[in-house]
Design a protein around this ligand. Structure first.
Ligand SMILES: C[S@@+](CC[C@H](N)C(=O)[O-])C[C@H]1O[C@@H](n2cnc3c(N)ncnc32)[C@H](O)[C@@H]1O
Length: 348
């Protein structure tokens, strides 16, 4: 006889073993989603349901296997499969795999499976020696490996732009830029975040700052958004120096990439560059805060496997910032997984 057991949240009517099998099979679902995303299946369904054979013809996938792929992903609410008509449609989550739209995370699907998937096979060693799985797998730190290939850089920046639109746009809305004339976006990637901010704040001037090979893509983003006359770009290394003299600095998903010692070095460079009383705004997760805590803990695993970074509690943030001369003044929760952490530069 088996002992009675309580159901874990979300597992009602499932035995724990069934719920666990679903979790354990996550790697297969990830790869199935990757195939669908890369082949453009969701784009083919943007206009409504279509016969499986037609979608297979348009995407180059084998119809017999596409039918099974779709059926498996229908169980995850990504597609819908109509057996009678042998047709496929977008399910409630399907539009997020389209290449356009504000909720698209297709570039994340491509990036996670093309750069993160293999390194995670080495998480075992990370939990023993602390070396990020990606560094073991790739033979060098992740950002060094990424920078060696322009296609990898472009894929990573597209994924960041997806995340910015899909889950961080309300953080951009929540940023209080009252009195800010010039904002520097530290690690601003291809400029998607600062372009959105400049569009919302017509008098704001800005600088996108990132590694030279990354920030090179920002000019095109800023021109497309019609803000290139107010926002410029600067290439550099935030461990060496950041642009001087702005009233406010933004660091969106930057410090979580690094350990406390590295994070302190970045913050010290910002402290040196910023005028007394300047503000530093962080867009980051705060563990235990916000309506999507499962994304913060998922990203904590990402940081463990890919970089020597981490997600942080409010107390962790306060201590890290204080150690480099910034006082945490307020945190603002958003409807998504991230918070805005407002800080002000103080004398050290
Ligand atoms: C997680 S991404 C965040 C990008 C963007 N802020 C966003 O929220 O979408 C981290 C960014 O830090 C940049 N980065 C990494 N190392 C850097 C360095 N040493 N100096 C400047 N930027 C760096 C990367 O190129 C990348 O664009």
């Amino acid at each position: 006889m088996t002992a009675p057991h309580a159901s874990a949240p979300g597992t009602t009517a499932r035995t724990p073993a069934v719920a666990m099998l679903r979790l354990l099979g996550g790697f297969q679902i990830s790869q199935a989603l990757y195939v669908a995303a890369r082949a453009g299946v969701a784009d083919e369904l943007a206009g409504g349901p279509r016969p499986v054979g037609e979608v297979a013809g348009a995407t180059g996938l084998r119809p017999d296997l596409l039918r099974r792929l779709v059926r498996s992903l229908a169980a995850e609410h990504v597609f819908g499969y109509d057996e009678e008509r042998d047709s496929v449609a977008l399910g409630p989550l399907g539009h997020t795999l389209r290449s356009d739209g504000d909720e698209s995370v297709r570039a994340v699907a491509l990036m996670w499976m093309e750069t993160h998937y293999r390194p995670f096979g080495r998480l075992w060693s990370t939990l023993h020696d602390g070396v990020p799985a990606a560094e073991r797998e790739l033979g060098r730190p992740f950002f060094d490996w990424l920078g060696e290939d322009p296609d990898r850089v472009a894929g990573f920046s597209s994924a960041m732009a997806d995340l910015m639109r899909a889950v961080r746009s309300d953080a951009i809305d929540a940023l209080d830029l009252t009195g800010v004339g010039h904002l520097v976006d530290i690690g601003g990637a291809d400029g998607t975040g600062l372009a959105a901010l400049a569009a919302r704040h017509p008098r704001l001037r800005g600088t996108v700052f990132d590694l030279p090979h990354v920030v090179a893509a920002a000019d095109a983003t800023l021109s497309r958004a019609g803000v290139a006359d107010r926002v410029d770009t600067r290439g550099g290394d935030f461990f060496q120096a950041v642009p001087e003299g702005a009233d406010a600095y933004l660091a969106c998903f930057i410090l979580h990439d690094w350990n406390d010692e590295q994070g302190t070095r970045i913050l010290e460079r910002v402290h040196e560059a910023a005028a007394p009383g300047a503000r530093l705004l962080l867009v980051e997760t705060v563990l235990g805060h916000g309506p999507a805590p499962e994304i913060a803990t998922l990203l904590d695993l990402t940081m463990m496997g890919m970089l020597d970074g981490r997600e942080r509690t409010l107390e962790n943030w306060r201590a890290l910032l204080a150690g480099a001369g910034f006082r945490l003044t307020r945190t603002v929760e958003t409807t998504g997984p991230v918070c805005v952490i407002e800080t002000v530069r103080v004398d050290r």
